[in-house]
Design a protein around this ligand. Structure first.
Ligand code: HEM
Length: 209
């Protein structure tokens, strides 16, 4: 679970950084060219299939751990003392995971499915016709309720990552008086920075386009 989680973390960094092309005031050219590259360049396509497989594997691993923990402690703790039983996020990783899963289904239906199977309009910037995914994304992010769902999901992602990032290193046996505090700080920067980078995108479209 640590390895699939850490791979998905690297996916999030690439996905968030690439999507920042949305913020360019060029009528969507940079974003559409990036989307075309990501969906047609063969090595990236292979990585995409690998990503889908690891998302599914991560879900199955999470469910297995959740069921195991549940059967190990069928009766809930009578009382929770702060700090002793772990943080709220660490105790609710499965619930956070389910929120993220619902978000992912909505997200993939809105953009990924449209890009692959929908009838997206085409645009030509001088180098031939390409799909205008930018138009689809901007139309979606102009709806406040849709952006609201994204912000709630990104909060769940931040909480999931705050615990998940450092827990992954711990599970891999990285427990060192010198490195563990550094991993903790990096974990916080990652878990807050990446969702913030994602959140800027729908908010920018909603408020400034
Ligand atoms: C909030 C800003 C986000 C934007 C603007 C965005 C945009 C997009 C777009 C346009 C696609 C379709 C592109 C394609 O077909 O390759 C896509 C695919 C995808 N998105 Fe996002 N996304 C955002 C956040 C997220 C988050 C937070 C996650 C994960 C928790 C995520 C996971 C995915 C996955 C797994 C795919 C499929 C990738 C692939 O086919 O390789 N996205 N996203």
């Amino acid at each position: 679970m640590s390895l699939t989680g850490l791979f998905l973390c690297s996916f999030l960094i690439v996905h968030m950084s690439g999507n920042l092309a949305l913020l360019k005031s060029d009528g969507g050219q940079a974003f559409n060219e990036y989307a075309k590259f990501m969906t047609t360049f063969p090595p990236i396509k292979v990585m995409s299939y690998f990503t889908y497989a690891l998302i599914l594997l991560h879900i199955v691993q999470g469910l297995a751990i959740w069921l195991k923990n549940k059967s190990a402690r069928p009766v809930k703790y009578a009382a929770r003392s702060k700090g002793k039983n772990g943080s709220w996020a660490s105790r609710n990783m499965a619930i956070l995971g389910i929120v993220i899963l619902f978000f992912l289904i909505l997200h993939l239906k809105s953009f990924w499915f449209e890009m692959k199977f929908g009838s997206i309009p085409y645009v030509d910037y001088g180098g031939g016709k390409i799909k205008n995914l930018y138009e689809i994304v901007v139309t979606a992010f102009k709806q406040p309720w849709y952006v609201g769902i994204y912000l709630i999901a990104l909060l769940a992602i931040a909480l999931h990552l705050i615990h998940g990032f450092q827990s992954a290193f711990q599970s891999l046996g990285v427990n060192h008086s010198k490195y563990t505090p550094i991993i903790k700080i990096l974990g916080y920067i990652f878990a807050i920075g990446v969702p913030l980078g994602f959140a800027i995108q729908p908010l920018y479209v909603l408020l400034f386009l």
